[in-house]
Design a protein around this ligand. Sequence first.
Ligand code: FMN
Ligand code: EPS
Length: 363
Amino acid sequence: MAGNTFGHLFRISTFGESHGEAIGVIVDGCPAQLPIDLDFIQSELDKRRPGQSKITTQRKESDTVQILSGIFEGKSTGTPIALLIPNEDHRSKDYEHNKTVYRPSHADYTYDAKYGIRDHRGGGRSSARETAARVAAGAIAKLLLKHYGINIFAHVSAVGTINAPNLQPLTAEELLAQREENIVRCADPATAREMIEFIDQIRKDGDTVGGKISCVIQNCPPGLGEPVFDKLHAELGKAMLSINAVHGFEYGSGFSGSEMRGSEHNDIFLTNGDQGPKTLTNFSGGIQGGISNGMDISFTVAFKPVATIMHNQQTVNAAGEAAEIKGKGRHDPCVVPRAVVIVEAMAALVLADQLLRHRASQL
Ligand SMILES: Cc1cc2nc3c(=O)[nH]c(=O)nc-3n(C[C@H](O)[C@H](O)[C@H](O)COP(=O)(O)O)c2cc1C
Ligand SMILES: C=C(O[C@@H]1CC(C(=O)O)=C[C@@H](OP(=O)(O)O)[C@H]1O)C(=O)O
């Protein structure tokens, strides 16, 4: 079904439900002979894994990835790569009440409206558990991008109204080291401490809070992206908005650009030897006309406070009658700490696809 696939030349299809046997992904179009480091794929999954700290859902999954096909003697063979992640810790009794009663702002009602049948256990296919499959596939895309020297780095830039300062002078390596020092995955240590304390309080209140993730793609060559519909920022926007609970996407100057004058906003070109021009500022976010210009690609993704809260709420049931519901089970009070690697994975999948498409654009 088309709704479960993503990408054109570097393509993925994911499958599985949160409380089924397993989730997984088939990656099609990965060029042959790419060295595939299984430990790297696993380390990416470990960053998304539920149960990783006190500020995430307490469901305990090892998210151990199994490779079923497409890799031989440590390299891709050019055939479909199938990856499987068994589910180990589902607790479906927490969802009994959810069989007929709709959780406000989750996907229970809309799945019923669309299909007339729904695996209510853990939200089934609508659960963010599906994003483990994307992270596994994204790790392969990252390995392809690494081969071309392209790096992707994301971190938590806001939780509620707590915002991280601009960390621009730091290199991606420095930011990554600082991000991995704390459980919220914000690269600024002082802000990280404040965010962790706040999420912990929200958790104790049985509530949830939203946040933002900012991402930068470095060393992307100019020329990636298609000129009309599949513009690079349109592809990134679609990829980000396809992640559960994402409500906003902006690149470069984003919404704040609408408050500026052209004389402030234009990115002045500078000579740069035989490297192709650079720009003095980067309000374009590294993309002009839907095509990368060689500067850093930067964007921010906004996540809502997720639906399941431990409070009594008014709702309706499948028969259309008034009902009450209170969240049960193990949930994320704030999803951004685990979503950092999902954002990076989706960005990597877009870039890998555009890289392959770019190779068909000139003689
Ligand atoms: C990493 C991650 C973890 C999530 N964890 C939860 C959760 O524990 N409880 C919940 O109600 N929603 C959670 N969500 C959000 C739901 O999956 C999402 O809200 C649901 O599929 C409805 O889709 P929508 O919010 O995009 O409309 C999570 C999302 C992400 C990205
Ligand atoms: C299992 C994961 O997160 C889940 C995402 C999720 C949701 O509604 O999206 C709800 C919870 O599901 P459950 O009650 O089945 O544990 C989270 O734990 C995961 O990310 O791997």
